[in-house]
Structures are given as C-alpha cells and as structure tokens.
Design a protein around this ligand. Sequence first.
Ligand code: SF4
Ligand code: SF4
Length: 179
Amino acid sequence: MGEKKKKIVKTIKVDVDKCNGCRACEVACSAFHAAPKYSSNNPARSRIRVIREPLKDIYVPVYAGENAKAECMGRDKYVIDGKEYDECAFCRASCPSRDLFKEPDSGLPLKCDMCEGEEEPLCVKWCLVDALTYEEREEEVEEEAKPEDVEIGLESLVDQYGLEKVMDTVARLSLSKKG
Ligand code: SF4
Ligand code: SF4
C-alpha cells in the first residue's frame, strides 16, 4: 500500500437548462490554447463543444476527455424532447470514428486541461449565464501517477499519430506556454 496524499480534484458542473448555445466557451477555450495565446480563435480547436438543437432550444456543452485509440464496441443513443441524437453525439473522447476533439491541423487529440495555471477556467469565466460552475475539492489518493504511465501514454500517441506529429505539437504547446 502506498502513502496517502492529498489531491485537488477539479470539476466543472454543467447546467444544461441555463446554457443558451452562445458558444462563448468555445471561443474562449480556443483563444486560450492558441499559439501564441489569444492570437486567434477557432471553435474546432476548443476543448469544449456545444451540441446544439436551436429549434428545440437544446444546448449541451461537452468537455473533451481521454483519447480513445480505437472505436468502442457499443454505441449510445439519446432521445431528448423527442429528438434522437446521433450515436456518439455526447461522447467526450477523441476517437477514430469522428473529427470531434481533434486538432484540425495535426489530427492530434484535444483534452480539457482545466486551463492549467489559471485561477478559473476560461470557459467558466466567459459563460455569462452561469451554465458552467467551477468547483475544487480535496481527496486522499494512494500515490501520484508513475513516470512509466506517462511513457506508456506517449508511446501510444506516437504509435497512433507518428513521432513527427507528436513532436510538432509538443513544440507548439511549449511555445504557447512560454508566450
Ligand atoms: S476548462 Fe479550459 S481547457 Fe477545459 S474546456 Fe474550459 S476553457 Fe477549455
Ligand atoms: S458560454 Fe455558457 S451559455 Fe454559452 S454555449 Fe457555453 S455553456 Fe452555453
């Protein structure tokens, strides 16, 4: 058994009833992650996407989660207010079956990083109707991720996308962090 450590768990609560589909969260996220920071905005680069059905007044913000190397075996279908949504519509993963949550230039997966280094995530800050609420709580965990876990994650990205694409993106990300 490893030693217990305190860890801050960050969450964003989404109130779909308050979301009006304005997409300010997408703009803010993509601008924050542009290189250099705030130099451009493009919702296709955003780590939050709003699934929209304006005629039915349905808007569902979805955050980019883990990258899935392969398509999953099963599919979910959702019916909301009588409208049936595409399979995979609300999935958080970047995966081979669709373009959502992939960087348009490189095809590399996008994942929400909670706007690392900022006091409050940008999407939360720019959601003027408070559909997004940022929360932090403390939890006890067994131990930190081991360095080999990080290596395995990198290896799988290199396998999937090739070393050059991964290195390009790492270089761009480190430039944007410095900027
Ligand atoms: S928390 Fe930051 S990285 Fe995550 S979706 Fe919101 S703006 Fe993007
Ligand atoms: S900024 Fe808020 S209201 Fe606008 S689309 Fe995003 S979550 Fe919805």
